[in-house]
Design a protein around this ligand. Structure first.
Ligand code: NAD
Length: 365
């Protein structure tokens, strides 16, 4: 039985979610809404679904999950409204801009007995699930260290509305950090202590994409963020998330263990490559992917939440995981501001690995 879904936020990322209706057997997207009614109308016409106002969508009793694809600053507000309307909700990342707002969302969902989920779901893709399996099988031994490097010069060269990337709650850590941190936490486990240093290098950004070519954006969020992460199992992570560099040769994501090293795929993708170099080998070796969903499968986390609701099991891209990632991100910024190492108070379970041998469109056997 397919779960009826409504989408709030009809911008850039909404297209791939709207396509997920055709990909996952659990999802049936019936309509969309946006503060900008014209955007909702255009998306609705494109996908032959209903254009709602936000209030109408939240009031439709048929809709069971509200997928929140608004800008980060609106995530908590829209998710709160959805929960208050009695709907399960799944937001794009980040979960919220502050741990206070994130905690309120978890409490509201728990109080109402409703599911709450959050992107990214790339950690459920074939590439990162293969990595999870390798680590669980002990192929690289005990994880000792991890590196997570997202080196870029920001999004104003391609995104049509790039302002939010530089406003409070934007910045590389809140934008891209969720991919890297969710992947690491899902594979290595929770983080217990962080330190960090951050800076803003360019006070203004000039948009070179259309339609806002030539407009300037005042930068409010740190655009170069570095952090050290101590995982609960003792592994130590080194992180750089930046919009301030023009070029780099650093690998995106690696986990190093007592028996060898694992080169993970770009955690903003669902596929490979996955490579290992074991202690007694002289070369890296490609590992065939063990799991499906290797193309852009955004919506996989929503499909998993819908199936979990139907089956009464836990869902993987869940609020506790997203809240822990938010806590890490905020704490790295605070550690920088305070010049201190900070202990985290949040934790989470590693979500279960997806089953092997899934049929396309399914998340359970
Ligand atoms: N663009 C990408 O490649 C990408 C990839 C992965 C995740 N994301 C995430 O997806 C989210 C949306 O990104 P985007 O690129 O689609 O942004 P966008 O600016 O293109 O679209 C956001 C939409 O939300 C609408 N909106 C804002 N506040 C609202 C509110 N209170 N109620 C209803 N609608 C509201 C806006 O009018 C806009 O149409 C962000 O959290 C972003 O981090 C984006």
């Amino acid at each position: 039985m397919r779960t009826i879904i409504g989408i709030v936020g009809c911008g850039n990322i909404s297209g791939i979610y709207l396509k997920s209706d055709q990909v996952f057997e659990d999802l049936h997207i019936v309509g969309c809404a946006d503060v900008d009614q014209a955007r909702a109308a255009a998306r609705a016409a494109e996908y032959n679904i209903r254009a709602y106002s936000v209030a109408e969508l939240l009031a439709d009793p048929a809709i069971k999950i509200v997928v929140n694809l608004t800008i980060p600053a609106a995530h908590a507000e829209v998710a709160t409204a959805a929960l208050q309307a009695g709907k399960a909700t799944y937001s794009e990342k980040p979960f919220a801009l502050t741990r206070e707002d994130g905690r309120k969302l978890l409490d509201l969902a728990a109080g109402k007995g409703l599911r709450i989920g959050c992107a990214p779901d790339t950690f459920l893709g074939g590439g990162l699930q293969t990595c999870r399996k390798l680590v669980d099988e002990g192929v690289i031994g005990e994880p000792v260290a991890a590196t997570a490097f997202m080196m870029s010069h920001g999004h104003e060269s391609w995104h049509p509305n790039p302002e939010f990337y530089y406003q409070r709650g934007g910045g590389p850590m809140f934008d891209m950090g969720p991919y890297y941190l969710t992947a690491l936490v899902a594979i290595i486990g929770p983080v217990k202590r962080v330190s960090g240093m951050t800076r803003i290098t360019f006070a203004e950004r000039t948009v070179t994409s259309q339609p806002k070519f030539g407009q300037t954006i005042r930068v409010e969020a740190p655009t170069h963020v570095t952090g050290l992460l101590e995982f609960a199992n003792g592994a130590i992570g080194t992180l750089i998330q930046t919009f301030d560099v023009w070029a780099a040769n650093l690998p995106r994501l690696e986990i190093h263990g007592t028996e060898g090293s694992l080169s993970l795929p770009d955690p903003n993708t669902f596929g490979g490559p996955v490579r290992v170099r074991l202690k007694d080998k002289r070369e890296w070796e490609d590992v065939p992917l063990s799991h499906i969903y290797t193309e852009n499968s955004r919506g996989l986390g929503v499909a998993d939440m819908a199936a979990a609701m139907r089956l009464g099991r836990a869902h993987r891209a869940n609020g506790e995981l997203a809240f822990h990632v938010l806590d890490i991100m905020q704490a790295v910024h605070e550690a920088s501001d305070l010049g201190k190492t900070l202990d985290l108070t949040s934790t989470c379970e590693r979500p279960a690995m997806l089953p092997l041998g899934l049929a396309p469109g399914a998340v359970d056997l």
